[in-house]
Design a protein around this ligand. Structure first.
Ligand code: ADE
Length: 215
């Protein structure tokens, strides 16, 4: 599940440039059972299986002997909502461990004792934490200096200042009579910046007024 999202474009180049190192660890390798199982029936009954604490603890304990983790994040739909602020914060960390749950989730004691943070990527339920992890890692890695060609462009992303990015255009200036705004062709940089800011505010008001709430 990680090969493809981590194997292309910016993520691939960031790994090649050694801006980031990503290790993937199979909890099953830390199972104590013959069949490498890592889940069991829930105490008290009910549907679905629960991931056991033991293999997870063994895995985390082993990994902690190899490096210190700034955060151990459990991906869960009931975690704190992931946003650009959290991406910025996490991009300054050295080592982060992501724990991907499956089935009905992990034994609650994992959440109480082994993780430092619980994060959700949105109010919907995925089959596991892997895709959520891929989303978060992508958002973090592109912020690492040198990961994207023009560092400036990560700072001007939507959400970086609680504003949506302004519209962008490229050639041709006129396509089927659909024209690029004059100001962008004017060469007048101050006017262009002013227009971009106005557009950002306008778009944010129209599309995401919630972002302006506290302003
Ligand atoms: N695991 C299942 N659903 C998830 C979500 N929305 N965010 C993070 N992890 C999840």
């Amino acid at each position: 599940m990680f090969e493809s999202p981590f194997g292309h474009s910016i993520m691939k180049r960031a790994k090649e440039k050694e801006l980031v190192n990503i290790g993937i660890h199979d909890i099953r390798n830390y199972s104590t059972s013959k069949h490498r199982s890592v889940d069991d029936y829930p105490f008290g009954g009910g549907a679905g299986m629960v991931m056991q604490i033991e293999p997870i603890d063994h895995c985390i304990t082993q990994l902690k002997t190899e490096r210190e983790y700034d955060e151990i994040i459990y991906l869960s739909p009931d975690g704190e909502l992931f946003d650009q602020k959290l991406a910025n914060h996490l991009s300054t960390k050295k080592n982060i461990l992501f724990l991907c749950g499956h089935y009905k989730g992990v034994d609650e004691r994992v959440r109480e004792h082994l993780v430092t943070r619980e994060v959700s990527i949105g109010d919907y339920v995925l089959t596991g934490g892997e895709l959520a992890t891929a989303v978060i890692v992508d958002a973090i890695v592109r912020l690492i200096p040198g990961a994207i060609g023009d560092e400036q462009s990560a700072l001007s992303d939507s959400f970086q200042d609680d504003l949506i990015s302004p519209p962008v255009y490229t050639r041709p200036a006129d396509y089927k009579g659909w024209k690029v705004p004059e100001v962008l062709l004017s060469g007048h940089q101050a006017k262009i910046e002013e227009w971009r800011h106005e557009q950002s505010v306008l778009r944010t008001k129209q599309r995401r007024p919630d972002l302006l709430k506290d302003k």
